[in-house]
Design a protein around this ligand. Structure first.
Ligand code: NDP
Ligand code: 8X3
Length: 270
């Protein structure tokens, strides 16, 4: 076969593959679970829209994943309603049809008894974990409803299922994510949209560094003495969930390390 025909054929295959690919928009893709999810989906035939606030990390990850797939980055703070809606509405045509939305951006801020809680920490957790998830969903759901297809995965937590000492507002925010997930599944059921929640236990990411405001020693101590989950464990599961046949919706998953039995019971080697 002449070389130029071979080249044209391989270009066609590439283009067709690109058309067959689904697009996943992942919030909180600059770190931890979101980043690992972007990495695994990029290597498994998804186009990726990376979202986060840290521009340098978005750029670095976009470069890394471009070796595997088409990638586009959106920089926004999920708390900024106007910016969330605007940025998502400016997605280039090739990325504008979102098949899979992974609402992952979130963090705990502080770990204090309710009487000592910091109002700014409370605002951050409610505004990011709950309202931010809603703003991003609001930007994407109408197109899924119109197409009568789509898949939304909300990252909750074991803190969505139980409350632990000093977890008060973080647990409240994640209980809200759990309830909103169930509500989405009910309201979007007539449109054939899949909605599920994934609820990890302790995962060694930057999560505790954020919770303890950069106190790296205190953060590292959280994961000492046992094998915690790592971001790739949850990313693997997300990949499994999004690659099921369309009639299968994994509605609710709680995932802990073997060492963890509940939010407060962890078998540690002392
Ligand atoms: P990381 O701190 O590693 O990642 C958090 C991600 O959220 C970052 O990419 C961060 O990006 C993004 N983010 C935080 N605030 C905002 C904001 N205001 N606007 C936009 N993006 C934001 O933590 P994890 O990967 O562990 O956390 C991911 C999700 O998993 C969270 O919802 C968390 O609650 C949940 N989870 C985590 C567990 C754990 O033990 N680690 C256990 C259970 C659930 P950037 O700063 O660049 O904006
Ligand atoms: C994070 C779980 O128990 O570390 O969502 O706060 S925990």
């Amino acid at each position: 076969m002449p070389l130029h025909t071979k080249k044209t054929m391989s270009l066609c295959v590439k283009k067709n593959n690109s058309k067959m690919k689904k697009t996943a928009l992942i919030t909180g893709a600059t770190s931890g679970i979101g980043k690992a999810t972007a990495q695994i989906l990029a290597k498994n035939n998804f186009k990726i829209v990376l979202c986060g606030r840290r521009k340098d990390r978005l750029e670095e990850l976009e470069k890394e994943l471009s070796a595997f797939t088409e990638v586009h980055s959106l920089q926004f703070d999920v708390r900024d309603k106007k910016d969330v809606l605007e940025k998502i509405s400016t997605l280039p045509t090739d990325f504008s049809v979102i098949d899979v939305l992974i609402n992952n951006a979130g963090n705990a801020h502080g770990l204090d008894p309710i009487q000592n809680g910091d109002l700014d920490d409370w605002d951050a957790m409610i505004d990011i974990n709950v309202k931010g998830l809603l703003y991003v969903s609001k930007a994407i759901i109408p197109q899924m409803v119109e197409r009568q297809s789509g898949h939304i995965i909300n990252i909750g937590s074991t803190a969505a299922k139980e409350v632990y000492p000093n977890g008060n507002v973080y647990c409240g925010s994640k209980h809200a994510v759990d309830a909103i997930t169930a509500g989405m599944r009910i309201d979007l059921n007539p449109y054939g949209i899949r909605v599920g929640g994934i609820h990890p236990g302790m995962v060694a990411t930057e999560f505790s560094e954020v919770r303890f405001k950069g106190d790296a020693d205190r953060a590292a101590n959280v994961y000492k003495g046992f094998d915690p989950l790592v971001a790739e464990d949850i990313a693997d599961i997300i990949h499994f969930v999004v690659s099921r046949p369309y009639h299968v919706n994994i509605a609710d998953l709680v995932v802990m390390s073997t060492a963890q039995a509940s939010s407060t019971i962890v078998k540690k080697n002392v």
